[in-house]
Design a protein around this ligand. Structure first.
Ligand SMILES: Cc1ncc(COP(=O)(O)O)c(C=O)c1O
Length: 366
């Protein structure tokens, strides 16, 4: 027996999440393209709403985030009583794990799935089970084959981070049909707003018509409010009741609620972000492929760029080269992708600088 308190089994197996870098030493101007934030920033209305709350910082926020749930309900045609808000969708993913997993249970995610899933799973004492992907894309057959009597949650990021790939709504429904009714399917749709594919759905319909599906969303990406930590889930009434019992009573702060309401109502700003992304995502994929690097086709607001293992051309070396020029991408070794870098779609200036930087990097190595 050790002479000091021990965390529960699983906790020390966690590799702590390492966020994307945000600066480059010695450089005045940097372009942060490492955490999939929007280059356009938040809606000006959201900033104004956030600032207005400064006059009332002594007051606790509305613990049920009622105004925000109503605004989300109006925007998506959803019953606000079936929505829970959280301090980022990370908060909600962790709450779902805490509510539905215990020692010995299993939760499935895919090979390059979002890292919060295994972290949230291990923190409960449960075991993360990895389902193989095909071409960096979730494989429904592999996910269903991974289900055992111990499975309690299946996490699917659709589109997935860091790969940018997605599966069609038909495939999501096939996954759902193959799951036992007591298994909770968590559809993480953090990047749903960016997807422009006719066969894609974020999952709202599936949540509305079943008892074991939850969809999570975030204000950190299209809405540009990552600093405020704001997310929401839409789920069956019994899941909402469970999460409301264990969440922090004031898990969403007042400035976040105010900014969130303004952001979700600013359709023009969202459309501008979507248009900017569609234009530059396609441009970046094309220009980077022209340099001879492979880019995984992405439907989100970031790209996975693959590098050769050759010395002088490797992903880590490209990262160092770009960082020295103030261009901060994300190394994704923690996602079992040591030969790739993930790049968020940035401003026109940042995007052009990255392509020029990569060209110079590859020329230098030749
Ligand atoms: C797939 C996915 N889900 C959830 C999140 C968490 O977002 P937040 O906690 O900022 O809402 C992210 C952020 O990178 C993500 O990529």
């Amino acid at each position: 027996m050790t002479a000091y308190p021990q965390p529960r089994p699983g906790v020390l197996d966690i590799t702590a999440y390492v966020p994307g870098k945000s600066n480059a030493p010695g450089l005045a101007k940097v372009f942060k393209l490492s955490s999939n934030e929007t280059p356009l920033g938040p809606s000006p209305h959201a900033i104004a709403a956030y600032k207005a709350v400064a006059a009332h910082l002594e007051d606790y926020p509305d613990g049920s985030a009622s105004e925000l749930r109503q605004a989300i309900g109006r925007a998506f045609g959803l019953d606000p009583d079936r929505i829970v808000c959280g301090a980022g969708s990370d908060d909600l993913l962790n709450l779902l794990a805490r509510a539905y997993l215990a020692d010995g249970d299993e939760a499935i995610h895919t090979t390059h799935g979002f890292l919060v899933y295994p972290i949230a799973t291990l923190a409960t004492g449960a075991k993360p089970v990895v389902a193989a992907e095909t071409n960096y894309t979730a494989n429904v057959d592999a996910m269903l084959a991974a289900v055992t009597k111990k499975t309690k949650i299946v996490f699917l990021a659709n589109p997935n981070n860091p790969t940018g790939t997605y599966i069609s709504f038909d495939e999501v429904k096939r996954l759902h049909r193959g799951l036992p009714p007591h298994v909770l399917l968590v559809l993480d749709a953090a990047y749903a707003e960016y997807v422009r594919r006719n066969d894609y759905e974020s999952g709202i319909e599936l949540v509305a018509t079943s008892e074991n599906v939850v969809m999570t969303r975030t204000f950190s990406k299209i809405h540009g409010l990552a600093a405020l930590r704001l997310g929401w889930l839409f789920g069956p009434a019994h899941v909402v009741a469970a999460i409301n019992r264990i969440r922090g009573p004031f898990n969403v702060n007042a400035p976040a609620i105010a900014a969130g309401v303004a952001a979700i109502e600013d359709h023009e700003h969202q459309e501008r972000s979507r248009d900017h992304n569609a234009r530059w995502l396609a441009w970046l994929a094309l220009e980077i492929e022209k340099l001879g690097l492979h880019v995984t086709p992405s439907v989100a607001n970031f790209l996975l760029i693959h590098f050769p293992e050759t010395k002088g051309r490797a992903a880590a070396e490209a990262d160092a080269f770009l960082t020295a020029r103030g261009l901060i991408l994300r190394q994704v070794g923690a996602y079992k992708l040591p030969n790739a870098l993930r790049m968020s779609v940035g401003t026109e200036e940042a995007n052009r600088l990255v392509v020029a930087g990569l060209k110079e990097f590859l020329a230098k190595a030749a």
